[in-house]
Write a protein that binds this ligand. Structure first.
Ligand code: NAP
Length: 538
């Protein structure tokens, strides 16, 4: 596949600036973070007219695509998975150049992206995800008869997806947001992340060719490039767009949430933004296996150069153990080579945030050397900080996410202080408890607090590594996400892009297949309050 440096808008070639006559940001190129080399081709930012064309094509595609059967959508999603695997080598090679993420990690990401699409294919093929409910008519009920009521989930309309910088495949163009929105029956317009445009274009070409091969309307998928906020803002503001999926910074996600909420017709914006993933190390576990915990914790903090939304960034531990643990972690940090970050912006923000914390005097600083003198604008050292629970309570900004290889160790003088620290946490994606069975039993109140703060609780494990499955929850109260009732990973992610519609007293033949008496899809349905796959008498 050849990279063109142009957006993909249905069947239409993106027009150049002169033709479209609208404002367009300057062209941009990807940069190899490992070498600083500028990568061809140059990418042309989309124009306002491109936004019109993409949203119009998506709007036209919606009535057709939303009526596709689960089998048709499953065929389409599997074709995308197969198409990505067919160009695995090109995807990995280009993503490696654009992100400097290691090849084995990117190989795994292609597999994960393809399997994610296949998971959604299974879900829509099986069909019960639509949560069909049937309350049969009760004509002789008194004092008023009950009508026949049947409801199920239906898609929303065109969905805009923002690709993430830290997963060039699994959370980008063909990633989880796109897969779940397509599975639910929505056309998708992706705003590519400017840090990996080539990887984005390759994945976009695969999806566009699968749209053609499946005979679907071309507006089912578009991909727009921009190195700035103009196009993303215009898309989220556009009346034809009905929902948003985003993974990135709190500032970016919050800006898009606010745009979505203040439109004349507000729309849902599912933003996954900022999480520090607290870890609570309990005293029994420290006594039993401090060395092992230090090894595993350091590996989790620095996995992917700490550029994971699930990186453990806040570690609570008993006061008398804090120094020992910090010494062990620092020993690992001193042996680590510097880390190459995804973008110059992310590296600069990491160094700035760490320096602010150091200079504030509210956290003590341990590092192998100063990030300011490291020599490459893409590179940083692992950085460890320590503070106590009282200082954390007085300085809530220390709770904020630091995206990169760093963690803040918080010493707690007693159990009361640990519980107070847990109570003052904001929303996170995960919380982890490292303990013995006895520790766990003694700290059920801690678990009860954490349950209110996060989407996933982990016992004796580490938060990095997110399984894509039916039970996974990758969500959490604000500011981890914009809507703590949702998940952006796993099959439940499909529910973000669908809404319930009820059909009252509809004739059998006019009902969607899922709601007909004969249950031709053989799905699980709630009939008069009971789950069943049985058909109903005509
Ligand atoms: P970002 O700045 O939030 O950008 C993500 C995407 O959203 C980009 O396409 C960006 O466009 C767009 N965008 C951002 N603000 C916008 C706005 N106000 N209006 C319209 N579009 C907007 O994230 P990033 O570039 O990936 O990394 C920056 C920081 O985000 C990191 O240092 C880290 O703190 C955080 N981050 C967090 C996670 C996580 O999973 N929690 C993941 C990645 C990044 P442009 O880039 O073209 O402006």
């Amino acid at each position: 596949m050849t990279l063109t440096g142009r957006s993909i808008i249905g069947d239409l070639p993106a027009k150049d600036a002169k033709q479209s006559g609208t404002h367009r940001d300057a062209p941009f190129s990807a940069i190899n973070p490992a070498t600083g080399q500028v990568l061809d081709p140059e990418y042309l930012s989309a124009s306002a007219e491109d936004v019109e064309r993409a949203t119009s094509a998506a709007e036209q595609a919606f009535p057709v695509y939303s009526q596709c059967s689960g089998t048709e959508k499953a065929f389409f999603l599997r074709a995308i998975a197969q198409g990505l695997e067919a160009i695995r080598d090109s995807l990995v090679e280009r993503a490696n150049l654009e992100t400097a993420l290691p090849v084995p990690r990117l190989q795994g990401e292609v597999t994960r992206t393809a399997n994610q699409l296949r998971l959604f294919a299974e879900v829509v093929e099986e069909g019960s995800w639509v949560m069909a409910r049937i309350d049969r008519a009760l004509p002789s009920r008194t004092p008023a008869p009950r009508p026949d009521l049947r409801s199920m989930l239906r898609p929303l309309g065109p969905v805009v997806v923002f690709g993430a910088s830290n997963f060039p495949l699994a959370f980008s163009v063909a990633g989880g947001d796109t897969a779940s929105a397509l599975a639910a029956g929505n056309p998708v317009i992706v705003k590519a992340h400017p840090a990996h445009p080539g990887t984005s274009e390759l994945a976009g070409q695969v999806i566009a060719s699968c749209v053609r091969a499946a005979g679907l309307p071309s507006g089912v998928f578009s991909l727009l490039f921009d190195n700035g906020t103009t196009i993303g803002t215009a898309l989220v503001n556009h009346p034809r767009v009905k929902a948003v999926g985003f993974t990135g910074s709190l500032a970016g996600g919050r800006a898009l949430m606010d745009i979505a909420a203040t439109r004349p017709d507000p729309i849902p914006c599912y933003a996954e933004m900022s999480s520090t993933n607290p870890v609570f190390i309990l005293s029994g576990a420290l006594r039993e296996r401090r060395g092992q915990i230090a090894t595993d914790l350091y590996a989790s903090i620095t996995l992917g150069a700490g550029q994971f939304c699930t990186k453990p960034g806040l570690v609570f531990l008993p006061h008398d153990e804090a120094d020992g643990m910090l010494d062990q972690l620092q020993h690992f940090a001193e042996q680590s080579s510097p880390f190459t970050m995804l973008t110059q912006g992310i590296a600069a923000q990491f160094s700035r945030t760490v320096a602010e914390r150091k200079n504030s005097g509210r956290a003590q600083y341990r590092s192998t050397s100063d990030n300011a003198n490291i020599g490459s604008p893409f590179t940083t050292h692992a950085t460890l900080l320590t503070t106590d629970a009282a200082s954390l309570e007085n300085n809530p900004r220390l709770n904020e996410e630091v995206f990169g290889p760093s963690a803040l160790l918080v010493s707690c003088k007693d159990r009361e202080q640990t519980l107070r620290a847990a109570e003052s946490l904001q929303g996170h994606l995960t919380a982890t408890i490292l303990g013995t069975a006895k520790d766990f039993d003694r700290n059920r109140d801690l678990v009860a607090i954490l349950e209110r703060k996060v989407g996933r609780l982990i016992f004796n494990g580490y938060p990095t590594g997110v399984e894509v499955s039916h039970a996974m929850v990758h969500g959490g109260p604000y500011p981890a996400t914009s809507d703590g009732r949702s998940t952006s990973v796993g099959s439940q992610a499909i529910f973000r892009f669908a809404r319930p519609v009820c059909y009252q007293n509809f004739p059998e033949h006019a009902l969607p297949q899922e709601l007909r008496n004969s249950n031709p899809r053989g799905i699980f349905r709630m009939v008069d309050g009971n789950m069943t796959r049985e058909s109903l008498p005509e």
